[in-house]
Design a binder for this molecule. Structure first.
Ligand code: ZN
Length: 229
C-alpha cells in the first residue's frame, strides 16, 4: 500500500521514500506525493533521483511510477513538476465550482470530468448553453474567487455523505465498492460540497479568470470545456 502524501498536503513538492516493488519500467514506493491518473484528474510528472517520471497510475492501494531510466538505490528523492500539478489543482478546484454553479442554477448533475493542464472539461446532463448561461457561470465563478474562500477537506461516513451532500453532486457514490466506508469531502463553503480524492487549492483566491472555451452536446449529455488562469 502506498501512503498518499498529496491528500494531507497537496502543496508538497519534494519527498523521500523507499522502493517496495520494482517491475518493467515502474517502481512502487512506500509513500508518494505523485498523484496517479484517477477520478478524471491527469497524473503528475517529475523525477525520482533525477530519473524522469512520465506516467503515474493506481491499482488498488498501490501507486505505480513509470520511469524513463534505471533507479539504482532503494531509496528515492522525489520531485514533483510543480507547474503542472498546480495547474491541475486550479483546474480541479475550478471544476468543483462550475459543477456547484450549474447544480444550483440549473439543477443539472455533473457526470464526468477530465482535468488536464491546457483545457479541462466536465460532462453534464443535457444543458442548453447560450451566452446567458456562460455569462452566469463566469460571473458566479468570479464572485467565489473574490470571496477568498478557504476550502475544507474532511472524511465522513458513507451514510453521512449520502445525507449531507447534494444528490446532484454525489454521482457515482453508489458504484463504489461496499468495503469503502469513509469518503473524503471537499467543501467550498457557499459554493460546493462533494466527495473527491483529487488535489485542490487551499483558497479560491488562488484562481484567476475562468474561460469557457467551447461546448458540445453528444449522446444526451453536454460537455463544457474550460480553462482557468
Ligand atoms: Zn473533484
Amino acid at each position: 500500500m502506498t501512503v498518499k502524501l498529496y491528500l494531507d498536503d497537496p502543496y508538497l513538492k519534494e519527498f523521500d521514500a523507499r522502493i517496495v516493488r520494482r517491475g518493467d519500467g515502474f517502481v512502487v514506493l512506500d509513500k508518494t506525493a505523485f498523484y496517479p491518473k484517477s477520478g478524471g484528474q491527469d497524473h503528475d510528472m517529475g523525477f525520482l533521483n533525477n530519473v524522469p517520471v512520465v506516467r503515474v497510475t493506481r491499482n488498488g492501494d498501490d501507486i505505480f511510477h513509470f520511469v524513463e531510466g534505471m533507479i539504482g538505490s532503494d531509496t528515492v528523492h522525489g520531485i514533483i513538476d510543480w507547474e503542472r500539478r498546480y495547474a491541475l489543482m486550479k483546474m480541479h478546484t475550478a471544476q468543483h465550482i462550475i459543477s456547484g454553479i450549474i447544480a444550483r442554477r440549473y439543477g443539472v448533475r455533473t457526470i464526468g470530468v477530465s482535468i488536464e493542464t491546457g483545457e479541462s472539461a466536465l460532462k453534464t446532463e443535457p444543458l442548453e448553453i447560450n451566452l446567458g448561461v456562460i455569462t452566469d457561470i463566469v460571473e458566479d465563478f468570479a464572485d467565489i474567487v473574490r470571496k477568498r474562500t478557504d476550502l475544507k477537506f474532511y472524511e465522513i461516513d458513507r451514510e453521512d455523505a449520502l445525507k449531507r451532500v447534494d444528490p446532484l453532486r454525489i454521482a457515482g457514490i453508489q458504484k463504489l465498492p461496499a468495503s469503502i466506508r469513509t469518503l473524503r469531502v471537499v467543501e467550498i463553503p457557499g459554493a460546493d460540497i462533494c466527495t473527491c480524492a483529487g488535489t485542490h487549492v487551499k483558497n479560491t483566491r488562488e484562481l484567476g479568470n475562468l474561460e469557457i472555451t467551447r461546448h458540445e452536446n453528444a449522446d444526451g449529455s453536454t460537455i463544457i470545456y474550460f480553462s482557468v488562469s
